[in-house]
Write a new protein. Structure first.
Length: 559
């Protein structure tokens, strides 16, 4: 009866108390209209409501910042009611979106998550337990709920508080604009904007969580090793300012800091634009493997490229795109073979351009095709995507050095339920200048490290498949002939890895995320090369050197 009274007290509830008979079974789900987790679960909750008509489902707007228009739009994606109810929120005190409360005869029998498929930073291919549905099934079968409490792990539900501190949004805005707004602005890949005070206020607790955990801004290099031109991480002072502002209740300040303006359209000079011909249908939910789209630039001769830009057609669902080269009609494995220089470029949220310094360019050989390998992230609604790629050509007369990306791979096998270490080495047969590094693994990848002797060039101790970074050196590095570059990767094929699709599988190399990869990519040029006196070669002469160094595996077991 208490819950019924609270429901009747909600604004815009039009049923008269005298005629209201509270249902025996009620599920209240708190949902934030901008929360990506809530959007992912909206259809699943509607399916539950359809499957169990004897259960009364009611969605409750989670945040005071949710506007009436946003609530109405979100309601369109649900097949049960959704409204603001501050009285019920004050009584039940939810902290996350989505968060479910299941009552039987006004008695709480289950509280927590919908299931365990989606958590921040982790997307399982399938839930291992459908917690809310199991509670419903057990109740309808006349049984006690076996797991009455689970931890909800979605977006924070903001609790209003009185601002008290001296640090205001005037100090915070420049940090958000420089570090976050490239993605967190209208029309970009991030699910909400952080341009204005009003945009940001409803996400202050989420900011505290992700900044404290170093999840945002996304950057995975250990700061103790290497300096990188595209470092996205916060400085200690920036981190301190953001956290102090949240702790003080997010004071508004003067709000006179203007939001930056961003260039629309292509960022580079576009000499050629290629677009995926047929729209790809992205489902509302689930985990998709890489989708490949082959484009033909029609080059009749070797073409020198100064810059490449990749534009997702639908930024709401395109997470990142890797771009490879391969000969027309060649097998797909061409660009993943050990020594083929088939890697071209990549795009990740906030970074769509790959370019090379003046005098250095990448060559696309005559007759080669361009392959877009796209990683999609469903967002709760069916979507379509047609992504594009643009090329800025270089004047061949100005190019003195050929950019090359050495992608080193080898045959390996990861046994079930093990943590496995793999190492590869490359002995340089001549002087090279190193410009960038790119580690690539799949869902079982835990870490990767690049070393020269005792020096660590790059250490990624917590590799995240969802964030594929190209680490551009702050200063190019000359590597003399005879240098041995070593790369070490660790794979976690155990149940302790929440991203692991199947810890009981023996994992082999492959293109899909359920397979595995050990790609240690080096963007280099020959230090003493002058294209005016040296012919171009698609496959460099040092192929045999890496093959001779080989790949060895050492197994270790999680204790």
């Amino acid at each position: 009866m208490l819950i019924a009274l609270l429901l009747l007290a909600a604004p815009d509830f039009e049923i008269e108390y005298e005629s209201y008979v509270p249902p025996r079974y009620e599920v209240f789900v708190f949902l934030g209209t901008e929360c990506p987790m809530a959007k992912l679960y909206a259809n699943r909750l509607s399916e539950l409501a359809d499957r169990y008509p004897q259960i009364h489902f009611q969605g409750v707007s989670a945040n005071e910042s949710d506007t009436a228009a946003e609530i109405a739009t979100f309601q369109n994606g649900l097949r049960f009611g959704f409204r603001r109810n501050p009285q019920l929120a004050a009584r039940l005190k939810p902290t996350r979106s989505p968060e479910a409360f299941f009552f039987v005869d006004d008695k709480l029998v289950y509280h927590g998550r919908i299931d365990d498929q989606y958590t921040p930073g982790t997307n399982r291919s399938q839930p291992s337990r459908n917690d809310l549905e199991e509670a419903i099934k057990e109740t309808l079968a006349g049984q006690s709920v076996s797991v009455p409490e689970t931890k909800a792990t979605g977006c924070h539900i903001e609790v209003p508080q009185t601002p008290t501190g001296k640090i205001t949004f005037d100090e915070v805005a420049p940090i958000l604009h420089s570090r976050c707004a490239e993605c967190h602005r209208p029309g970009e890949v991030a699910p909400f904007s952080l341009l204005t005070y009003e945009d940001t206020l409803g996400w202050k607790d989420t900011i505290r969580e992700v900044v404290s955990a170093n999840r945002m801004p996304p950057w995975h290099a250990d700061p103790n090793h290497g300096k990188f031109a595209n470092d996205r991480s916060l400085t200690a002072a920036e981190k301190s300012t953001l956290l102090a502002w949240v702790e003080a209740g997010a004071p508004a300040g003067t709000q006179k800091v203007a939001a930056p303006t961003f260039k629309t359209g292509w960022a580079i000079k576009t000499d050629l634009i290629l677009k995926v011909q047929t729209p790809f249908a992205v489902p509302a939910e689930g985990v998709l493997g890489y989708q490949e789209f082959t484009l033909d630039p029609g080059f009749k001769k070797d073409t020198w490229v100064q810059a490449v830009e990749i534009q997702p057609g639908n930024k709401a669902v395109v997470h990142h795109i890797n771009v490879y080269l391969r000969p027309k009609n060649a097998e797909g494995k061409y660009y993943t073979n050990e020594m083929q220089d088939g890697y071209l470029a990549m795009t990740v949220p906030g970074n769509t351009v790959t370019s090379w310094p003046v005098g250095i360019a990448k060559v696309i050989p005559a007759g080669f095709q361009v392959v877009l390998s796209v990683h999609y992230q469903p967002n709760g609604k069916p979507q379509q995507d047609q992504s594009s790629i643009a090329f800025q050509f270089a004047d061949p007369r100005s190019v003195h050095k050929q950019a090359a990306t050495r992608v080193f791979m080898g045959g390996f096998s990861i046994p079930p339920n093990t943590v496995t270490m793999a190492t590869q080495e490359w002995k340089l047969e001549e002087d090279y200048t190193l410009y960038a590094l790119y580690p690539h693994m799949h869902l079982r990848g835990r870490s990767m490290r690049f070393e020269i002797g005792d020096e660590v060039l790059l250490d990624v101790p917590h590799f995240d498949f969802n964030w594929q970074h190209r680490y551009v050196l702050a200063e190019p590095r000359t590597l003399p002939a005879g240098t041995i570059v070593r790369c070490t990767a660790v794979y976690d094929n155990t149940a302790a890895n929440p991203n692991n699709p199947n810890p009981n599988a023996t994992v082999k190399p492959g293109l899909q995320s359920t397979d595995e990869m050990f790609q240690s990519c080096f963007e280099v040029v020959r230090a003493n090369e002058d294209r005016q006196s040296r012919p171009f070669s698609v496959l460099p002469a040092f192929t045999a050197i890496l093959c001779a160094s080989g790949l060895f595996l050492r197994r270790s077991w999680r204790k």
